[in-house]
Design a protein around this ligand. Structure first.
Ligand code: ADP
Ligand code: MG
Length: 240
């Protein structure tokens, strides 16, 4: 067995005396696509933020590729995050937005141009380099945010409800791009409410409730044979 790429070990986190994550452990394999599901407030975003380094755990250890990274700041971690709101810079072109992360690392222009091309192709926006952010739809903007996250080629990408701020007709185009990305050599950890997408695209479903992982399974097993009453209840509410 190869070691997991990410290993959360006995993570606990409280906010204002409220336990939000309670001794949570989770192993994520390299190049897998893991989806976190569970009712609102159960700790999905906090789990992602702890993987990303944005929130320090009170207890427990975050391991990346065998190394303890619990105290490493987000910019030193080998990952990118796509949030619900596609925080693009409105006064920059698409190319400038994507290049931002590369430029500050002093990369040469030819390298940056190649990366922008590669990233825009991945998200089906080839030729959009010179466009203004404001001329794009919400779905296109989120795809640019994904392109920006992909162009630095980090081994992990975290998604926190990447489609929940989008108009319904734009959701699918972003989900399709994510399904494409899942075929790249990349480890994806995603929080989503798109159940059809989770079932089709994810390798593993992690079901959380009250700051704990209650189930971890393949999508087909999870959706067809949920084991716990909480998961059954969650699915009956969300699938009706
Ligand atoms: P989910 O993403 O599953 O909806 P979250 O991880 O965002 O849940 O939040 C879990 C709980 O932690 C919620 O009760 C939320 O209000 C609380 N919480 C999250 N972040 C903070 C914070 N920075 N300060 C205080 N409470 C927080
Ligand atoms: Mg959340």
């Amino acid at each position: 067995m190869s070691q997991p790429l990410i290993d959360l070990q006995h993570i606990s986190k409280s906010f204002d005396g409220e336990m939000v994550l309670d001794d949570l452990s989770l192993s994520i394999k390299e190049n897998s696509f893991v989806t976190l599901l569970g009712p609102s407030g159960c700790g999905k975003s906090t789990t992602l933020r702890i993987i990303g380094g944005f929130t320090p755990p009170d207890k427990g250890t975050v391991i990346f590729d065998g190394q303890d990274i619990t105290k490493l700041p987000p910019n030193k971690r080998q990952l990118n995050t796509v949030f619900q709101k596609y925080a693009l810079f409105p006064h920059m072109t698409i190319a400038e937005n994507i290049a931002f992360g590369l430029k500050i690392k002093n990369k040469p222009k030819s390298y940056i141009d190649d990366k922008i091309k590669y990233a825009l192709k991945l998200v089906n926006l080839s030729g959009f380099e010179k466009r203004d952010v404001t001329s794009l739809s919400g779905g296109q903007q989120q795809r640019v945010a994904i392109a920006r996250a992909m162009c630095t080629k980090q081994p992990i990408i975290l998604f926190d409800e990447p489609t929940s701020a989008l108009d319904p007709e734009m959701i699918q185009e972003v989900l399709d791009v994510m399904i494409e990305l899942a075929h790249e050599n990349i480890t994806m950890v995603c929080v989503t409410h798109e159940m059809g997408f989770a079932r089709k695209a994810a390798d593993r479903i992690v079901f959380m409730s009250d700051g704990q992982i209650l189930e971890e399974n393949t999508p087909d097993e999870f959706f067809e044979h949920p084991q716990t009453d909480r998961a059954k209840d969650f699915l009956s509410k969300i699938l009706t």
